[in-house]
Design a binder for this molecule. Structure first.
Ligand SMILES: *Cc1c(COP(=O)(O)O)cnc(C)c1O
Length: 373
């Protein structure tokens, strides 16, 4: 493997322009003496809610915690079922199982790699207590039919917008479409912290209030605890830094969209499928996932690595085939589109700061691989 010329992300480049402001923020937080929740968190929550088109944003410790506290606040319990995508990060099904509930998988659409609404109705049972669609790669699921069906059956929808801050569906922000949304500020996300952080988004006043209480163990006035929570707090320092970076989301998204457009022009005619923007969607391309059929994905990744180009597979194992969920009893073949996506997708660099020269190297390396075939 040669020296990296094009990393998958350049996290330092994403933070460095703000360093002076970060230092000032550190001083302000330090001098305030308010290190847990408090004014910096409140300020960031207000700004985030506005950007995401919801009444309430509640800062928490991570995207995973955002899902867990949401499931807790919705009262998900043993015996309940939550429908989600088999092609996602482990945390979705993981949190469902940690609640003692059962993840019920619903296969994905082979083009968008997002949960296929046409398969949803068949997955609903009298035990279904929530639907958890994951907006993968920076694009929302086809939310119209999902929301219609959920409303008809009276089931809450939790949008996983961890990869999709700034994405839109019919002009509405990801995370504002369902009953509640969650997002992550993990360092590689569209809005990124220098550490772990996340948020819950909702316009439901009662749910927001409950989640705010549960974020601090559920302790109410008079030290009463009715709804047991935990320590799910966002740090004041992270909130202060995130406030500084929030206005940058739009420009970063525009930069990634420009990269995606250029990839589309230069890779479109090769034997790879480039990601398409679905109808009604505004794609943020938080990841640029190409599809390589016929077993070529891993050889392509090796070829890129030899040219100094990083790439990564999100996600190589579909959730229903994870050993930790073996007791759900799923066999290979159960969700064929998720399984094909796990075999064929490869995420190539699309970070906002990628230079023209770096992108040319990615494009030339991909072209070289297919031309040599
Ligand atoms: C990053 C990511 C997560 C994890 O969020 P954390 O903040 O690391 O807990 C969850 N879901 C998706 C889709 C992600 O991309």
């Amino acid at each position: 493997m040669s020296k990296t010329q094009v990393p998958l992300y350049d996290l330092v480049a994403n933070n460095r322009p703000h360093l002076e402001e970060f230092h000032e923020a550190l001083e302000r937080v330090e001098e305030s003496g308010e290190y847990i929740l408090g004014p910096f968190v409140e300020k960031f929550e207000k700004e985030l809610a506005k950007v995401c088109g919801v009444k309430h944003a509640i800062g928490v410790g991570s995207g995973t915690d955002a899902i867990l506290i949401t499931l807790m606040a919705l009262g998900i319990k043993p015996g309940d079922e939550v429908i989600t995508s088999p092609f996602a990060y482990i945390h979705t099904a993981g949190c469902i199982v940690r609640m003692g509930a059962k993840p019920v998988f619903c296969d994905i659409d082979p083009i968008s790699c997002n949960l296929d609404p046409a398969k949803l109705e068949a997955a609903i049972s009298p035990r279904t207590k929530a639907i958890l669609p994951v907006h993968l790669y920076g694009q929302t699921c086809d939310m119209g039919p999902i929301l219609t069906l959920a409303k008809k059956r009276g089931i809450p929808v939790i949008e996983d917008a961890d990869q999709a801050i700034g994405a839109k569906y019919k002009g509405k922000q990801a995370g504002s479409l369902g009953s509640v949304g969650v997002t992550s500020f993990y360092p590689t996300k569209g809005l990124s912290a220098m550490g772990d952080a996340g948020a819950v988004l909702t316009s439901d006043d009662a749910l927001a209030q409950r989640i705010r209480l549960m974020r601090v163990h559920g302790i109410e006035d008079g030290y009463q605890v009715r709804h047991l929570g935990g320590n799910f707090r966002l740090d004041a320092l992270h909130a202060a830094l995130l406030s500084i970076k929030l206005p940058q989301v739009e420009a970063d998204t525009a930069a990634r969209r420009a990269h995606a457009e250029r990839y589309e022009k230069r890779l479109g005619e090769l034997q790879v499928s480039t990601p398409a923007e679905s109808e009604n969607c505004f794609h943020t391309f938080s990841h640029y996932a190409i599809r390589v059929r016929g077993g070529g994905r891993d050889p392509l990744a090796a070829h890129l690595a030899a040219n100094g180009v990083d790439s990564r597979v999100y996600y190589p194992v579909p959730l229903h085939l994870q050993p930790c969920f073996a007791d759900l009893g799923h066999k290979a073949g159960a969700f064929p589109h998720a399984e094909a996506a796990a075999r064929e997708t490869l995420c190539i660099p699309v970070f906002p700061e990628m230079t023209r020269g770096q992108q040319d190297l990615v494009i030339e390396s991909v072209r070289e691989y297919f031309m040599a075939e």
